[in-house]
Write a protein that binds this ligand. Structure first.
Ligand code: BDR
Ligand code: CA
Length: 323
């Protein structure tokens, strides 16, 4: 089968680095390009991280287009350097790339690529959805030109990771997330309901360092800071050994093997103000409510359960086989 054309919109980020390595390694995926967005780090750093990760993953022909430096409406939130490190990659001092980003900015790159390969591209968004909302504003026909939009973000039944209700990518730009989910694309959300169930333990990450060559070594080193962060949180006491959630790579696993995930569907909104800001809310029963906010909106799919062991094997086996 022809590899699936993908663009990853990303804010690297340790788990973003894992997703990028996965995309490069899997023969079923054709990584056309990366677009970058603020989030785990400022957009300039996200862009230089994207370039240097591609170089380290032997994918220096893949272009990078830089995107939004701030959310559409709200003031930017602080970057979580206590999660991903000052450099966003666990403070491992990867050398800078000698390559430059494209002159074309991220939203234009997404629209331009969709026009070049109509109906063929899967856009995988694993940061705040600002670039995706900007691409949609540039070309309202974009949803019809993509094969699929797969989003890592949000939480339905699982508690949030940046507030009791909100997940980091959706809180990063709740207005963008709400705009994107209001549109009729073939969109699927891979949120905390599943990514918190796919834990990469140190014994898994060690396999990468032992068997996945230089790429595995970079991911092992980058993951040290990230795993330490997880170990410092209350959730650590529930884990059998130190580890971290897979997050962004799970969106790629959905693209590759959607049958490993179970979904619910419904009109979906993201709260843009107040104590619940960033919360994803779905009308999954299709009720007609007193409040009109979920009325006449397309249904979005949201993953609610997952075969975590098989997703993890898919990720580890892919990286080991490619080494
Ligand atoms: C998401 O937020 C970021 O910190 C991660 O890279 C991931 O995309 C998880 O909530
Ligand atoms: Ca991310």
């Amino acid at each position: 089968m022809k590899p699936r054309k993908i663009i990853i919109d990303t804010d690297p980020g340790v788990d973003d680095a894992m997703a990028i390595a996965f995309a490069v390694a899997h023969p079923g995926l054709d990584l056309l390009g990366l677009t970058t967005v603020f989030g785990n780090v400022a957009v300039q750093l996200a862009t230089s991280n994207a370039l240097k990760l591609l170089d380290n993953f032997n994918a220096s022909s893949v272009p990078v287009a830089a995107g939004a430096s701030r959310p559409l409406v709200q003031d930017p939130l602080p970057h979580p350097d206590f999660v991903h490190g000052q450099d966003g990659l666990g403070n491992i001092d990867l050398p800078d790339s000698e390559r430059q980003q494209l002159e074309m900015e991220a939203a234009h790159y997404i629209v331009d690529s969709a026009n070049r390969f109509p109906g063929e591209i899967t856009l995988i968004a694993v940061g705040p959805l600002t670039n995706v909302a900007a691409a949609l504003a540039l070309d309202p026909e974009l949803p019809g030109k993509l094969d699929q939009l797969v989003i890592m973000g949000g939480a339905l039944d699982e508690p949030g990771n940046v507030s009791p209700l909100a997940e980091a990518n959706f809180l990063g730009d709740p207005h963008a997330a709400d705009r994107v989910l209001a549109v009729d694309w073939p969109a699927v959300v891979v949120g905390l309901d599943v990514t918190h169930k796919i834990m990469l333990y140190d014994s898994d990450l060690k396999q990468l360092s032992d068997k996945a060559g230089a790429v595995g070594e970079v991911l092992w080193r980058a993951s040290r800071f990230y795993v330490n962060y997880y170990s410092s949180t209350g959730a650590a006491s529930e884990l059998p050994e130190p580890g971290c959630a897979m997050h962004d790579a799970a969106a790629l696993a959905y693209v590759l093997e959607p049958e490993l995930f179970e979904l619910v569907h419904g009109a979906t909104r993201v709260v843009t103000e107040g104590i619940a800001i960033g919360q994803m809310t779905m009308n999954r029963k299709g009720y007609t409510y007193l409040l009109p906010h979920w009325q006449d909106l397309p249904a979005t799919g949201c993953c609610v359960s997952v075969d975590a062991e098989r997703v993890k094997s898919l990720f580890l086996d892919t990286l080991i086989a490619a080494a």
